[in-house]
Design a protein around this ligand. Structure first.
Ligand code: CND
Ligand code: ZN
Ligand code: ZN
Length: 398
């Protein structure tokens, strides 16, 4: 029976699972030495190091990471646009298998396939108990870099190494709080569903859950990276009839059209403000705009580009942490709605397993987002692909 379940999985994953079961017995309760990409300081190169990963304490889970995507948010931490404590292990979009659990853990067990949650769901805070909230109060928004007990489980060269975004996935093993991990279908291919750990869910949910795009509507997506393309996929599934993609890199247009954009614009080709161009192009009918870049100027452009009375603009891109915005309040006075959206509005622990099942039921395609697959140790190459604008999502496999 067990054998037949295994036979339906890819060979490499069967091998990992078998190894995993063997290693569980020998590693549980012990410190694990493994490879990780350590960032020693702002704007430093990522350095592949041997680290020590302590066993999980009560209500914590140690996970063997098998696949992790590279998201722009990781780069924001490298550049200082998102607060982090150094040295740190970045990475937050991943999938893996539980190696061992701490006392009191009930929702996952060794051998389970899981996705670590960069936005936890504690189930008890004001956001978690409200049906419309998802930004759990336990989320590490200020970059504390520690688990709930105030410490990290990593050391390297005798120094403590901080965690990132409740997760840290650029490592062969990580430890997370139980509220920051969710069990997924045993048949899920980890090298694909890792994207459900951030980029895909963020963009798709921005359209489906936060904006609640209506059939027949016109949508505009600023920024055609992994997050923006996932917004387009959500707009398409929601039944939008026109989806306009905006990017300063025209090489992104082909993929944007493949996932559902009906047309694409490069702001560099325009002589008028983008909001005016969109108004003319659509006969003043833009219902929804999404900013999936994270720049103050494009946040305002996206707001101004949705319809003055019934339009909704969603902030998906991560704005630089210390920057303030100046905007004309008349943009809102006339009736526009301006919304923020983290993690696609999903309640992470509850909703991610459903998204994984939807993927297995072929409700959306993650392959289109994955432009490169590299061994984990080639992480620098993966970031270079992001910087050159060539990679949509690079998946690193361990
Ligand atoms: P990525 O860098 O792959 O994509 C951004 C795209 O924007 C690229 O195609 C750029 O060419 C394009 N771009 C840059 N500047 C401009 C401009 N001025 N005008 C038009 N296009 C431009 O990033 P990603 O898709 O991985 O992430 C996008 C943003 O979303 C980023 O800020 C990331 O940190 C954020 C994010 C937010 C959340 C959330 O929960 N809200 C989760 N994950 C990522
Ligand atoms: Zn909570
Ligand atoms: Zn991300």
């Amino acid at each position: 029976m067990l054998l037949s379940t295994r036979q339906s999985r890819p060979q490499s994953e069967n091998f990992s699972l078998l190894n995993q079961e063997r290693s569980n017995m020998s590693t549980s309760g012990k410190v694990i030495k493994c490879k990780a990409a350590v960032l020693w300081g702002l704007n430093q190169p990522l350095s592949i190091e041997e680290i020590e990963v302590a066993p999980p304490k009560a209500h914590e889970v140690r996970v063997k990471i098998l696949a992790t995507g590279i998201c722009r948010t990781d780069d924001h931490a490298i550049k200082g646009d998102l607060a982090a404590k150094f040295p740190v292990i970045l990475g937050h979009e991943a999938a893996g298998i539980v190696e061992s659990i701490g006392e009191g853990v009930t929702t996952v067990k060794p051998g389970d396939k899981v996705i670590p949650l960069c936005l936890p769901q504690c189930g008890q805070c004001s956001s978690c108990i409200n049906p419309n909230g998802n930004f759990c109060e336990k989320a590490d928004i200020t970059g504390k870099g520690v688990l709930s007990d105030g410490t990290s489980r990593f050391t390297c060269r005798g120094k403590p190494v901080y965690q990132f975004s409740s997760t840290s996935t650029f490592t062969e093993f990580t430890v997370v709080d139980e509220i920051a991990i969710t069990k997924i279908d045993a048949d899920a291919p980890l090298e694909k569903v890792c994207l459900i750990g951030c980029g895909f869910s963020t963009g798709y949910g921005a359209a489906m859950k936060t904006a609640k795009v209506t059939p027949g509507s016109t949508c505009v997506v600023f920024g055609l990276g992994g997050v923006g393309l996932s917004v387009i996929m959500g707009c398409k599934v929601a039944g939008a009839s026109r989806i306009i993609g905006i990017d300063i890199n025209k090489d992104k247009f082909e993929k944007a059209k493949a996932v559902g954009a009906t047309e694409c614009i490069n702001p560099k080709d325009l002589t008028k403000p983008i909001s005016e161009v969109l108004k003319e192009m659509t006969d003043n009918s833009v219902g929804y705009t999404f900013e999936a870049i994270g720049r103050p100027e494009t946040l305002i452009d996206a707001l101004a580009s949705c319809h003055m009375s019934y339009g909704t603009s969603v902030i998906v891109g991560l704005p630089p942490s210390s920057k303030m915005l100046t905007y004309d309040p008349m943009l809102l006075f006339t009736g526009r709605t301006w919304k923020g959206c983290t993690f696609g509005g999903w309640k992470s622990k509850d909703d991610l397993p459903i998204l994984v099942s939807d993927y297995l039921a072929k409700k959306f395609d993650l392959d289109q987002l994955i432009t490169h697959v590299l061994p984990f140790t080639k992480i620098k190459e993966g970031f270079d692909l992001l910087y050159k604008g060539e990679g949509i999502r690079t998946v690193l496999v361990m």
